[in-house]
Design a protein around this ligand. Structure first.
Ligand SMILES: [Fe+2]
Length: 206
């Protein structure tokens, strides 16, 4: 369910990184995926159709998902690690990540549980703490830096009650993809010495 391919060239990575320098006037901030919706988690610059970067991205997407007909993508500068969330863009159910910086310790975790809307997930969030079940992975918070995902209401890690499919790391040259409706989060890469932000290209496709 998580697929990683090593097909992104260094010159393409360099070109994607330049979007940040060249298109600051189109930058927008987003709070999505923060723990309490009060802090900016990321800044994005959409990669516009009919640009060189967009053509490269659609070329890469076609290699791994020939049936894809719609592609939305953005340069993303991640300022805070994402809490557990799902991606919902109309009809664009596959999420792809091209890391633009390299650190194998920076992880993305993906679970089998999926929801069709943010509202449905929020209803589940209200309920799950009162469910009388045992964690599936009680040591997950020792294996990954996921303190930012601890539920402030009950002190528990929802992550440990979910069924982990796997993870991928921020390795340059890779593109990583998974179904965006599946719950996922970043590890707390802010704990990695010297890593002030993550840079990536995010792609949503059908
Ligand atoms: Fe996401």
């Amino acid at each position: 369910m998580i697929n990683t391919r090593n097909i992104v060239r260094q010159d393409e990575i360099d070109l994607f990184k330049k979007v940040w320098d060249n298109d600051q006037d189109r930058k927008f901030s987003d709070w999505y995926g923060s723990s309490d919706q009060s802090e900016i988690t990321m800044e994005r610059i959409e990669i516009l159709p009919n640009s060189k970067e967009y053509d490269i991205i659609t070329g890469i997407v076609k290699k791994i998902r020939p049936e894809a007909t719609q592609v939305w993508s953005a340069y993303q500068r991640q300022l805070k690690p994402h809490n557990i969330h799902l991606d919902t863009l109309d009809g664009l159910t596959e999420t792809m990540i091209i890391p633009l910086n390299h650190d194998p310790l920076a992880k993305v975790l993906v679970w089998s549980q999926k929801f069709s809307s943010v509202e449905e997930f929020q209803e589940f969030l209200i309920e799950w703490g009162s469910l009388d079940n045992e964690p599936i992975n009680p040591n997950l918070h020792n294996e990954y830096d996921i303190d930012h995902t601890r539920d402030p209401n009950n002190g528990k890690f929802l992550a440990e009650y979910l069924d982990l499919i796997g993870d991928f790391s921020y390795n340059l040259g890779t593109i990583n993809h998974f179904p965006g409706h599946n719950l996922h989060c970043s590890s707390d890469w802010t704990r990695i010495p010297g890593m002030k932000f993550k840079e990536l290209v995010v792609i949503h496709t059908n």
